[in-house]
Ligand binder design. Sequence first.
Ligand SMILES: Nc1nc2c(c(=O)[nH]1)N[C@H]1C(S)=C(S)[C@@H](COP(=O)(O)O)O[C@H]1N2
Ligand SMILES: [Mo]
Length: 249
Amino acid sequence: MNAITRRRMLLGAFGVGGSLAGIVAADRIAKRYNLIPPDCRGVYGPGETLTYAASRVVVGDAPAREFSRSMISKTPFLNEVAPPNDAYKKLQASGWKLTVDGMVAHPLTLTLADLRAMAVGRQITEVSCEEGWSYVAEWIGTPLRGVLNEAGVLPQARYIVYRSTDTNWWDSLDMAEAHHPQTLLTWGMNDGDLPIGFGGPLRMRVPRQLGYKSIKYIASLTATDSMKGFGKGLGSASPEAGYSWFAGI
Ligand SMILES: Nc1nc2c(c(=O)[nH]1)N[C@H]1C(S)=C(S)[C@@H](COP(=O)(O)O)O[C@H]1N2
Ligand SMILES: [Mo]
């Protein structure tokens, strides 16, 4: 099922599909359960809130589909990436490190070896681009929640911000997505190291959302209770470019 169909279904399940009463009811649920996305303002704001709140209530923690080994794509679709920039080269040369800061009890600096020494997660899932293509691969990495537990995320934190060495590639996840067992700080792909084109040495894989949330070349994480002060405060760079912060599929 593609993202659009799934979203229509969700909205249908919420009994909205254009009915004002439905929208008002959904809006009330969104407020009550604190399901207001950071990009809730502006022309598309109410739609964003509906999609996000409906998905969190209806889909909940349901996992993204996992595939069998025989369904791994022979030629995974490599989206065009910018050539490695100075920030990438510098981090690579000094030994890649992931910093974890913000609303945490113990700020961390983790090497790739530190990450590999933690509990390992594996999944055969699909990367789906908003442009319509997709492919299946095996992803091997450290579940983000393991890192968050080690850092001791404070209870008042609501989002985990993650940043790439690539300019303008940063995003954030709510706590449900950040702690979801399939959300993976990925360092391996199809039983080898993660190739640079696919985000190596470290990529955030968020298989329950569209490909653009799976940001390559991750250098830092920050726990925060508000997205104010991060870019334009909309939760990620995507809404600044016309895409949704929440990209559930
Ligand atoms: N740093 C960085 N991460 C990125 C991108 C990018 O250009 N730079 N493209 C995103 C988009 S739009 C998609 S659909 C997926 C594509 O992943 P792939 O190259 O493995 O197919 O990566 C995402 N992560
Ligand atoms: Mo994409």
